[in-house]
Every structure is written in structure tokens, then in C-alpha cells.
Design a protein around this ligand. Structure first.
Ligand code: FE2
Length: 338
């Protein structure tokens, strides 16, 4: 049976890729000569997101990091440039890999050595708005501005020591915590909701969707932006907890049935779920994505939504708050005697 006749069942991770080790990059040989078209794709992706009306909704730490990283809007950077900007500041190092989606065990082995892998794959023109696979635009534009900042290096430093001592079930939770923080997290800044996660920043449609939800929550009088926004979000979440729990168990069913395996299907399935559960699409639950306070127990229940837009995003009150919440789960595991 070939792979095409029997596509891999959706498990929340992208299928394992078998790579000829001879094709992998060596420490001495990290650079690639990109074609004019690849640079043009990079330039269009960069310009598509580097817009004032989008950037104003991304947290200030990202924007500061972007300046520090000194990316050329027109050209894909070299690994040497990235390391020049990152290594002296935080001690993290960038390495190129030919693997398009590194599996968590290998990923956290590198993390333990403060190495952040970037893929050599760049999305194609039909994926400018959304790509399920983390390509080099995601890795570089989404994550690396942050790796020039101590607070982010500090957050990333937490994952590997816990992952290496975790049980299989705990590893799954750790992957979800990383997913809903560094990949798809939101953070409060000056009483405003801001995008933090690299997965949102590097994907124009999910970024636009998220920003539209910020506006919708105000327009539909769910959030009064002149009041304390995070406290209101907590109140709404608590008031709708039962419905949210139904939605989460529905997402798990849909996920286990392998029905979230494409962008279109993924969203249709989640939309259908609200109807099936008899949950009216209004007020707090009236948008395309539910915004909830960052909560380890809730996050532990939600699968990663690789091939579709995420049905929920989690908001931290501050980066200190994110730090403390991640520590509450990761530290006891990291300190365990193995
Ligand atoms: Fe990522």
C-alpha cells in the first residue's frame, strides 16, 4: 500500500519524515544559495505582515526583537547573520536542518543545548496566507526576533529539562504548553490584547483572524476596552466554562476521528460542533476563536491543531505571569530525580 492510498491519520503532529543523514547540514556547511524566486517569496511574506495595521497588534517585545535581528525585508538571511545577532545576546545558536518538521524528542535534544533549528524549506506561493508546516519564514520571522531577548530565551530554557524527564503523557502536555504559549500565545500589554506566538505572527490569515476577534469582542460589547480587559476575560471564561468544556471534548472527538486534517475541513468541523452542541454563536463565544486566560489544566486537554486554525487561544496577563504558569508545570518535572 502506498502512502497516497492510505494517508497518515491525523495525530496532532506532522508525519515523521525519514531523511538520508547524508543530506543533513553539517556545522561547517549551513548556508544555502537561494533563488531569486525564493527571495521574492520571502519579500512578499515579509511585506504582507510588516504592515502598521497588523504590527500594532503584536507585542512590543517582538517588535524590539525584530529591530535587534536586523532582517532584510528583501532577502532570506544567512545563518551567519542570525547567529551574529542572537548568540552574543542570549547564548542561543541557530542551526539549519533539512528536516521539514523535527519531531519533539529531537527538537528538545537540541533545545537542551540551546540550539534552535530552522528548516531549509520555504513555503510555496499557494501557501502565502497559511501553511501547516513550519517553514523557514515561520522559524526566522516568527521566533528569532524573540531569541535576541533574555526573557524569551529564559522561557525556551524551561522546556527541554522538563521534557527529558517527563513521562509520555507529560510530554504531550509539554508540547501543548509550548504550542499555546510560544507558538500561539497572546499576552496583555498596557491593558490591550497582543499577539505573542510565532505561529500567529508568521501566518497572515490566523493573524488577521485573531485581530478581527480583538475588534469583535469590543464591537459586540463582550470586552469594554476602557475597563480592566484581562479581568473581564477571566469573568467571561468562568461564566462559560461548561460550554467551553463541551467544545473542548467535541474538539477532541473531531481530532480523534481525524477530521481536522485540512484548513477548510478543520474550520468547518469546529463550526459544525457549535451547532451540534446547541451553543449559540454570540457574545463571548461568537467569534472564530475563543480567547481564554492561560490555564495549564485547560491547555492539557486541547490537542494541537496543526492542519487547521486553532479553535482557542490563551492569554497571559504578563510575561512574568507566563513564566510562573509554565514553571508551575515544568519545574517539578525538571527537578525530579531521574
Ligand atoms: Fe514554531
Amino acid at each position: 500500500m502506498t502512502e497516497n492510498q492510505n494517508p497518515p491519520r491525523y495525530t496532532g503532529d506532522i508525519a515523521e519524515q525519514h531523511l538520508d543523514p547524508a543530506r543533513e547540514y553539517t556545522v561547517e556547511n549551513q548556508e544555502i544559495v537561494f533563488s531569486a524566486e525564493q527571495h521574492a517569496v520571502w519579500a512578499d511574506l515579509f511585506a504582507g505582515i510588516h504592515q502598521p495595521y497588523l504590527l500594532e497588534h503584536i507585542c512590543q517585545e517582538y517588535l524590539n526583537g525584530l529591530t535587534r535581528l536586523g532582517l532584510d525585508p528583501q532577502h532570506i538571511p544567512t545563518v551567519a547573520h542570525l547567529n551574529e545577532r542572537i548568540q552574543p545576546r542570549t547564548g542561543w545558536r541557530i542551526e539549519r536542518t533539512a528536516v521539514r518538521y523535527t519531531l519533539a524528542d529531537d527538537w528538545y535534544d537540541k533545545f537542551g543545548q540551546r540550539i534552535f533549528l530552522i528548516t531549509d524549506y520555504l513555503r510555496t506561493r499557494d501557501q502565502m496566507e497559511f501553511t501547516p508546516e513550519p517553514d523557514m519564514f515561520h522559524d526566522i520571522f516568527g521566533h528569532l526576533p524573540y531569541l535576541t531577548m533574555d526573557f524569551y530565551a529564559h522561557i525556551e530554557d524551561k522546556f527541554a529539562p522538563a521534557y527529558h524527564k517527563a513521562t509520555q503523557a507529560e510530554k504531550e502536555v509539554i508540547k501543548r504548553l509550548a504550542w499555546y504559549s510560544t507558538e500561539f500565545g497572546l499576552v496583555m500589554e498596557n491593558n490591550r490584547l497582543k499577539v505573542f506566538g510565532a505561529g500567529i505572527i508568521s501566518g497572515r490569515s490566523e493573524l488577521a483572524n485573531t485581530i478581527m476577534e480583538f475588534y469583535r469582542l469590543g464591537r459586540d460589547n463582550v470586552l469594554d476596552y476602557s475597563g480592566h480587559v484581562f479581568a473581564q476575560l477571566q469573568e467571561h471564561f468562568l461564566a462559560h466554562k461548561e460550554q467551553v468544556e463541551h467544545i473542548i471534548s467535541g474538539i477532541n472527538q473531531v481530532h480523534q476521528q481525524g477530521q481536522m486534517s485540512s484548513q477548510e475541513q478543520g474550520w468547518n468541523v469546529v463550526r459544525g460542533l457549535y451547532e451540534e452542541l446547541g451553543i449559540p454563536r454570540e457574545g463571548y463565544l461568537g467569534g472564530e476563536v475563543i480567547l481564554a486566560p492561560f490555564d495549564v489544566e485547560v491547555i492539557a486537554q486541547i490537542p494541537k491543531t496543526v492542519y487547521a486554525f486553532n479553535p482557542m487561544f490563551f492569554v497571559c496577563e504578563s510575561f512574568e505571569g507566563m513564566d510562573a504558569l509554565l514553571d508551575s508545570y515544568l519545574k517539578p518535572i525538571a527537578l525530579r530525580n531521574s
